[in-house]
Ligand binder design. Structure first.
Ligand SMILES: Cc1cc2nc3c(=O)[nH]c(=O)nc-3n(C[C@H](O)[C@H](O)[C@H](O)COP(=O)(O)OP(=O)(O)OC[C@H]3O[C@@H](n4cnc5c(N)ncnc54)[C@H](O)[C@@H]3O)c2cc1C
Length: 471
């Protein structure tokens, strides 16, 4: 969605906001903050999309408080924007119509770990790293790992994924059920803990990915996994991005249960070396990880190595040592920050698309040509085992010509992915930034989505202006 459209959309301010803020202050005192710094920090800050502040930030501590907030805002026609850690990338947490940002970071308890059932129940504000730290002694882990240390509520709301999705799936696959406060104040639990259910509509999956527009998640029941007996990580470099992509396609098609297979193009490798102190070849590379028994990880690595060699891949630099593996994956997770070293002073704008695996090499190849033809700086990284990749554009955001060029590029990228039967966003979500691409991708299904939104939130108080335009 063009920046000028987002800016032009400043809708009529709703009359009840002052009353709602006053009522909330009466009820919750200094946990309702109206200072500008706090409000600014609760609006979008990760891209060139402007920061649109809420009128107040409420730090919720219990589900009952979330419900009370929803009822007060409902009575006063006041928008509510749920906030986890604010790491979303498409303007999701902006408040274009003002209203209240509800910060859920204080609701961060692990409520239960059911080790024998491989699941746990958590509050939405806990971060993925805090959850895994809590689980460490149980021998279990939660695999979804977006590059930021995001909250589980925010991850569910954006249907996030990360480097492990090729083996463990996304938030869609790993939220068993959730509890949410709906726009009318009802508190619903979408399912029980049973592994399967055919009991009616799948409200869990409706709320996962709903970006705070349908309900505020207050509890999540999540799938857990045993920490593998053996883990082998490695890096393999290739003559070209196409060779690396072809290797990925064949690896997945051969059924190797790879746990992570991440592409970094040559520019990204240069940035990773500089930022994370690695000494890897600055050539297109795959970062890999295999999970299983010692024999099975060795076998998987060997079969992968044979496929890679057919595509010009070098030796795998592999390690099973925890510290070396951690250094490698930290470098991968830090790529957003590392990429900024390629153009000092520039802002990094990460965009994401996903295509069927068989089209991955074509989509990345055409995108590289587009970047070169338009004189952009845009390293490519990706969770390529899922057909998902990111271009991180490095821009002088004060230069309107650069913003125009970047927007035109992102539109072409989305168009290219959709033309290949893919999607304009594999994991970051729609927010404000990708609203303009939805109809091209989903046609009349967008109207059905809008009907669902209107049925559940007829006054459009939950995160208005996200997924759909504000009207
Ligand atoms: C460096 C970096 C790397 C990233 N890498 C990845 C990646 O690999 N994969 C990926 O998927 N994403 C990635 N992201 C994007 C981001 O981390 C994810 O979108 C993440 O899921 C957002 O979580 P959050 O807690 O920060 O949510 P926020 O940004 O606070 O909120 C995101 C959305 O969820 C809604 N929301 C938050 N909490 C709730 C709740 N309890 N109930 C209902 N709605 C709620 C908000 O209203 C908003 O619409 C990256 C971001 C950065 C900055």
């Amino acid at each position: 969605m063009a920046l000028k459209d987002i800016l032009a959309e400043r809708p009529v301010r709703r009359a009840g906001i002052e009353t709602a803020v006053a009522s909330l202050k009466d009820k919750f005192g200094d946990r309702v903050v109206t200072g500008e710094d706090v409000r600014r920090a609760h609006a979008h800050s990760t891209t060139y999309i402007p920061n649109q502040m809420p009128d107040a930030v409420f730090f919720a501590e219990t589900e009952e408080e979330v419900q009370a907030l929803v009822l007060i805002c409902g009575e006063n026609d006041t928008p509510i924007v749920p906030f986890g850690t604010g790491s979303s990338l498409e303007g999701h947490i902006n408040a274009p119509q003002g209203g209240i940002s509800i910060d859920l970071s204080r609701m961060d308890k692990v409520l239960a770990v059911n080790a024998e059932d491989l699941d746990c129940t958590v509050e939405p504000g806990i971060t993925r790293e805090a959850l895994n730290a809590h689980l460490r002694d149980t021998g279990l882990f939660f695999p979804i790992d977006p590059g930021a240390n995001a909250s589980l509520g925010g991850m569910a709301a954006t249907r996030a994924s990360g480097t492990n999705a090729v083996r463990y799936g996304t938030m869609r696959d790993n939220v068993i059920s959730l509890t949410a406060v709906m726009a009318d104040g009802r508190i619903i639990r979408t399912a029980r803990r049973a592994k399967k259910t055919s009991a009616g509509y799948d409200l869990t999956r409706l709320l996962v990915g709903s970006e705070g527009t349908l309900g505020i998640i207050t509890k999540l029941n999540l799938r857990l996994y045993g920490i593998p007996e053996a883990i082998l990580s490695g890096v393999c470099s290739f003559p070209s991005v196409r060779d690396a992509c072809d290797t990925v396609i064949e690896t997945i098609q051969s059924g190797i249960p790879v746990a992570r297979i991440e592409l970094l193009d040559a520019q990204s490798m240069e940035a990773a070396n500089a930022y994370a102190g690695l000494d890897l070849e600055a050539r297109p590379s795959l970062f890999l990880e295999f999970h299983g028994s010692p024999a099975s990880v060795a076998e998987q690595a060997e079969t992968f190595g044979a496929i890679a060699r057919e595509h010009g891949g070098g030796e795998i630099r592999a390690s099973q040592k925890t510290e070396e593996r951690a250094k490698l994956w930290k470098a991968r997770h830090d790529m957003y920050w590392a990429s900024m070293t390629l153009r000092p002073g520039a802002r990094a704008i990460a965009t994401d698309v996903c295509v069927p695996l068989s089209r991955l090499a074509d989509c990345i190849g055409e995108t590289q040509e587009d970047i070169a033809a338009n004189g952009l700086v845009g390293p490519i990284i990706g969770h390529v085992g899922d057909g998902n990749f990111h271009v991180t554009l490095l821009l002088d955001v004060a230069d309107p010509r650069e913003i125009d060029a970047a927007e035109a590029f992102m539109a072409r990228l989305a168009e290219r992915a959709v033309a290949m039967d893919g999607t304009c966003t594999g994991e970051h979500g729609v927010g404000q930034g990708k609203r303009g691409y939805l109809r091209r991708e989903l046609g009349d299904a967008v109207d059905v989505m809008r009907s669902i939104k209107l049925a559940l939130d007829p006054h459009n108080i939950l995160n208005p202006g996200k997924i759909f335009a504000s009207e």
